[in-house]
Design a protein. Sequence first.
Length: 666
Amino acid sequence: MQARPIPNALLGALLLLALAACSSERDEPEPPADAPAEARAEEKTEGPKLTAEEVSPGVYEVVTPPNTVDPRWLYRRQEQQAQRARTLQVFTDFRFADRRPESGITFRGGVVDDAGKYYKAVHYDHGCGVAVADVDGDGLLDLYLLTQLGRNELWRNLGGGRFEDLTEKAGVGVGDRISVGGSFADADNDGDPDLYVTTVREGNLLFENLGEGRFRDVTEAAGVGYAGHSSGAIFFDYDRDGLVDLFVANVGTYTTDAKGEGDYWVGFEDAFSGHLKPERGEPSRLFRNLGGLRFEDVTEKVGLVDESWSGDASAADLNEDGWPDLYLLNMQGHDQYWENDGGERFVRRSEEVFPRTSWGAMGVKIFDFENDGDLDIYVTDMHSDMAQPMQPKDEYVKNPMPWAADFLVDDGRGVYGNSFHRNEGGGRFVEVSDAVGAENYWPWGLSVGDLNADGFEDAFLASSMSFPWRYSANAVKLNERGRRFVDTEGAHGVEPRPDGRTAVHWFDIDCGAEPEHALCESTGLSAGTLRVSGALGTRSSVILDLDRDGDLDIVTNDFGAEPMLLTSDLTEKKQVHYLEVSLRGKRSNRDGIGALVTVKVGDRTLTRLQDGKSGYLSQSAMPLYVGLDAASQVDEVRVRWPSGTQQVVKGPIEANQTLVIEESDA
């Protein structure tokens, strides 16, 4: 039964809050601390009025909040970052251009009314993922873009920056449910990537790759059709038997049994307080791969029962005992760390190893930040940034979180912003986010890759809130040789966006039929159509060499809008040296997921983890990219396979090629 959500008071309150936040962009100084309280209150609440412009008879347009269009702070920040970039000791003279308009890709993400017309603080606004794999074996990486309403789309890479829609032929549109995340991995070890899709309450899906870009739904026989509030999913071989297992992160019960337009499950009005209600907990699930595309739910058997409100997770051997452990995000509480005990069980060691974690964690990437040979952990925190509106100048500091302690449920151990756990060796991690410049505002996922090919991995943070909030910038954090991250999105043409847009059409309201809607009331309209635009916002991303020119590009999945194909011109600005490493497991899983690859270049050792984790809500199947700076050859490549095999490929190995390494029998 369809139930139309009633416009709620929360949307009206959020509109007032968003309008008040507009005042943060004014150039006037703040009143002095000893100014009358009335003056300070006026400074905090006064902002541009919400007015609708009649563009044709009976049709009115409004952008909310008004400062979404042409935000002055964004251009000031661009100028500041460009100036700073010229002083850095790393290469910064490259830019990105959005090639999506000429690519042929016509995908546009759809959103449910709970994230738009009847916006409420519910977990639908987390958006959807984007995953990458060479689905047809032609050597080019293809794109799978997920959406809430409409169909997911698989776009085949034709080369030369062009794509064709392969969705119907592939059979992976999933237009009958609300999708969330997508993960590629070779689940049956037959040499091509299979696809897992998570959805909201209608059952997750596993698609077997049949070759030539065709898939078939094998969910029922595989036993992985869990139906709940699933989010990110990752493949990893927890028992090291040569088959990738599947971990599905479940958020928690955030929906009612009512249906809205588009057949989505309407969210609770108090969804954001769900972590305070034990009955709404929803444990994440671990499925063991039995072979033949059959899986067994072993969550309870291995002791991995976790009811964190989790959107994603990542696996890596963090205690260096040879077994992949699991770092599980908690978007409303303390992150959970589960150590793998010999492939037989998981042991929770969260507070012992990670005493302070992000309170509102959303995205995670495990990588070697400073090229010291061990793995660090970068976590983005979105929910802490929703505590109160912050001025753009304050976006690089932790949010003070002026909330009641009984809501936080963290025993005072929360990091109210992004966290960065630097590996000190010996199983010890230290949280150093502020020292290394890891903070930003409203981040979802992060993708990591060596954007300037200097041997140090950089980060792209998909950052936004969309309607009804102000525009928020995506972040590019250039790694200054393992010392710190430097924000350079303004220097590289990522922000402002290459097409200059900051807003997108979000929805229409018939104010004659719904005069009580908060936006109709705010604009004073009691009749006519109100066309509502809101801020553009990126939710997920992936870093890859999209056009095979030797440098790394960025593909995004934007919420309620078209993706961006941010193509780098690095190879046009300098001589780029790199090595791609493609693994072929034998005793290990075919993709080599879980392998640790070290590349020796002179006196430097570059470490890369083959985990496929490409961004929020996504896992991809693609070669590892290693920037070599000025080196034209590699001295040695060493692989520690998931099976435990140690393998060395001696050099010299020429740069600018894809090195395929097949696991040895030794």
